[in-house]
Design a protein around this ligand. Structure first.
Ligand code: PEP
Ligand code: MN
Length: 341
């Protein structure tokens, strides 16, 4: 259920409604918009009806949220969620490019990449320290040492960092170093992990699972919001289909669809969607045209010798050229390029 307060409802009126709901034992979530406050309630429908919230001063309407996901839905909150992290604003109206290698391999590699990403206009530095690899024999990431290297690169170049959290046991250390915590495609329905990142005070980059529907993706985001963390960026990174020329199939329609259904920012990952360097640029531009709020792109100083995902990684030159095209195209889609302030 959702309680829509009147325009100009006072803080005291809002508090009074909240107290009544909390005393009734239901889960509550408040969204304070520019004009109106909306209070979402999750709990037994009959019990909520008995609270008689429609009779409270300042209440305009009490209505049901029809979608299975509640707090991430547009019904609950109409204004787009804007995420501010390390001097960067992510969300509606902006196009932010996060870039970096698949995995952190050395300090030299990260420093060189951070410099190139920043010079080309990227606003967030990516790099995996804990890697979800298909084969247990593949490089699994540098772990905490990788996080420390990322932090050094942030210090030197002033870019916030995004890195993946794979396991609840690494939560504290990843949260200590990361500015944005990534939940990868393989953990998109790891509900225990989602609940844990719902309780942290850092934005979460939530990838769509390889075989997850849009609704399942929004339900995964709902797990995070339910814990109290509303700072979520959803990432379309391609899904499994019968096509084998690409690593995954970028579901371009997921971008405008999720933006229609939810107030959360949506970005795309053309690198993991395509698995091929030559497709990264066209897919990024397609994502921009489809309304994405940004992209996360793999860039490596020496893709041929990358320890992970070399075939889809861009060289610095290629990344700079991609950024040039994105910058030119962005205004046509009412987007301003993100900046680090
Ligand atoms: C990644 O971004 O490094 C990654 C493994 O992506 P995904 O979870 O989308 O496969
Ligand atoms: Mn990768």
């Amino acid at each position: 259920m959702m309680v829509i307060m009147r325009e100009g409802a006072t803080d005291a009126q809002i508090e009074h409604v909240l107290k009544r709901i909390e005393d009734g034992g239901a889960d509550v979530h408040v969204s304070r918009g520019q004009y109106r406050t909306v209070i979402g309630i999750i709990g037994d429908k009959e019990a909520i009806a008995e609270l008689q919230l429609g009779a409270f001063d300042g209440v305009e309407e009490v209505i049901r949220i029809l979608k299975p996901y509640k707090f991430v839905s547009k019904e609950f909150r109409h204004e787009p969620t804007m995420i501010k992290v390390g001097g960067v604003t992510i969300g509606e109206g902006f196009f932010n490019v996060m870039a970096g290698p698949c995995s952190v391999e050395s300090a030299e590699q990260m420093m060189a990449t951070a410099k190139a990403v920043k010079a080309a206009g990227g606003t967030v530095l990516r790099g995996g320290a804990f890697k979800p690899r298909t084969s247990p024999y593949s490089f699994q990431g540098m772990g905490v040492e990788g996080l420390q290297i990322l932090a050094e690169a942030r210090k030197e170049f002033g870019l916030p960092i995004v890195t993946e959290l794979m396991d609840v046991r690494d939560l504290d250390v990843v949260v200590e170093y990361a500015d944005i915590v990534q939940i990868g495609a393989r953990n998109a329905q790891n509900f225990l992990l989602l609940k844990e990142v719902g309780m942290i005070d850092k934005p979460v980059l939530l990838k769509r699972g390889l075989g997850n529907t849009i609704e399942e993706t929004l339900m995964a985001a709902e797990y995070i919001v339910k814990g109290g963390n509303t700072q979520i960026i959803i990432c379309e990174r391609g899904i499994r289909t019968f096509e084998t020329y690409t690593r995954n199939t970028l579901d371009i329609s997921a971008i405008p669809l999720i933006k229609q259904l939810s107030h959360l920012p949506v970005i795309l990952d053309p690198s993991h969607a395509a698995g091929k360097r030559s497709l990264v640029e066209p897919l990024t531009l397609a994502g921009l045209a489809a309304g994405a709020d940004g992209a996360i792109v793999e860039v490596h100083p020496d893709p041929e010798n990358a320890m992970c995902d070399g075939p889809q990684s861009l060289t610095f030159e290629h990344f700079a050229s991609l950024m040039g095209k994105v910058k030119k195209a962005a205004p046509a889609f009412d987007k301003v390029m993100g900046q680090v302030s």
